[in-house]
Design a protein around this ligand. Structure first.
Ligand SMILES: Cc1ncc(COP(=O)(O)O)c(C=O)c1O
Length: 373
């Protein structure tokens, strides 16, 4: 057995911080001495940079990816009586916002890429369907060409959940600029992760952007004049200053993730009993997670054995949303969405972060080969 001198974390952002610590400290001190801690030039600067990066006209920062999704639904007046189609294989936020605006989540199964099965999306459309929320899960883009064709044929909105995919592309276009609106998270584990909570929406539609600016500021159209119920969803200036720095490195960090994924592909593709993540031609993934499938009921065994060899892993997600207690009232039954249900029993996310060293990756690959052979 390889001697695991150090354990390999599933995720680590301390190393990344150490590479930009001086720049971050300087920016944080600049915000502190400016006296402007919410909104202002740092937030506006970040919005402009993100809009340019995503190739959209407008970006509005808010205080989380969850709020970005909520505000997108509110801006398009989605609510009671409306249905929104989404995936049951995602972080709960994608779905809870549908419930939060009073609409009904409609779950359809996933395909081998872990993303929405678009044939099933088409089959799930009813006269009440207003929108689809595709999630570019683990950093892999959904087939946005096919999805936009489907949506436009049925006159549906597409709200892209880009929380795990900042920088990913479909046919050379950044996610977040292909659907009607893009929703991003800056939670620290994301590809563009802040030092706290944060989020943003991207859109080509200035009216929608303006509506979101009002909604996120208590529904305040002008000072102390409220026409609708809003929320407080502002991004702190300190986060914005840090995210501006990190955005400059994002493509490099994503390339490092792509190199790590390519090496995992190369060395894991022939190991019996596991399936490496599937990608679509046309997609450029940014590997927020590298998630394999472990067959024959061996996932937990492999996970425990890896842990014994110092290799930490994660399970995203252990239970599909349609079978969570909170969605029991929607009436889904076990076996109804078989692909996602099987995936939840088989998925295992291997260590993935831009600074994962060759030696650490070797430890992961070697251990995995040894356990599975
Ligand atoms: C797919 C997905 N959607 C939405 C969110 C919500 O983002 P946040 O944690 O910033 O609210 C997350 C992240 O946690 C996510 O992974």
């Amino acid at each position: 057995m390889i001697q695991s001198v150090n354990s390999v974390p599933a995720f680590d952002n301390k190393q990344q911080y150490s590479t930009i610590a001086a720049e971050v400290s300087e920016a944080v001190l600049e915000v502190l001495s400016s006296g402007r801690y919410i909104g202002g030039p740092f937030v506006e600067g970040l919005e402009q940079q993100l809009a340019a990066y995503t190739n959209v006209r407008e970006c509005v920062a808010c205080n989380s990816g969850t709020d970005a999704l909520y505000l997108a639904l509110r801006a398009y007046n989605i609510g009671a009586g409306d249905e929104v189609i989404t995936t049951p294989f995602t972080f709960v936020a994608t779905c809870e916002v549908i419930s939060a605006v009073g609409a009904k989540p409609v779950f359809v199964d996933i395909d081998a890429t872990y993303n929405l099965d678009l044939q099933q999306v088409a089959a799930a459309v009813t006269p009440n369907t207003k929108a689809i929320i595709p999630v570019h899960l683990f950093g892999q883009p959904v087939d946005m060409t096919a999805l936009m064709e489907l949506a436009s044929a049925k006159d549906l909105l597409v709200i892209e959940d880009c929380a795990q995919s900042t920088g990913a592309m479909w046919n050379q276009q950044k996610v977040g600029c292909i659907g009607h609106i893009g929703c991003f998270s800056f939670y620290p584990t994301k590809n563009l992760g802040g030092c706290g909570d944060g989020g943003a929406i991207t859109t080509k539609d200035p009216e929608i952007a303006q509506k979101i600016r009002v909604l996120k500021d208590h529904g305040q159209k002008s000072k102390y004049h409220y026409e609708e119920v809003g929320v407080n969803s502002r991004l702190d200036s300190i986060q914005a200053a840090i995210l501006q720095i990190k955005l400059r490195y994002l493509d490099t960090w994503n390339q490092q993730r792509q190199k790590i994924a390519a090496d995992y592909h190369k060395f894991l593709s022939h190991i019996p009993g596991i399936i490496i993540p599937q990608e679509l031609a046309g997609g450029t993934g940014v590997w927020n997670q590298y998630t394999i499938r472990v067959l024959d009921g061996k996932r937990d065994f492999l996970r425990n054995q890896l842990q014994e060899r110092g290799v930490n892993t994660a399970i995203y997600y252990p239970r599909p949303l349609h079978l969570q207690p909170v969605y029991q009232t929607l009436g889904y039954q076990p076996g109804q969405l078989p692909v996602v249900e099987e995936a939840c029993n088989e998925v295992l996310s291997l260590p993935m972060f831009p600074e994962l060293s060759e030696q650490q990756q070797h430890q992961v690959i070697y251990s995995l080969k040894e356990i599975m052979s």
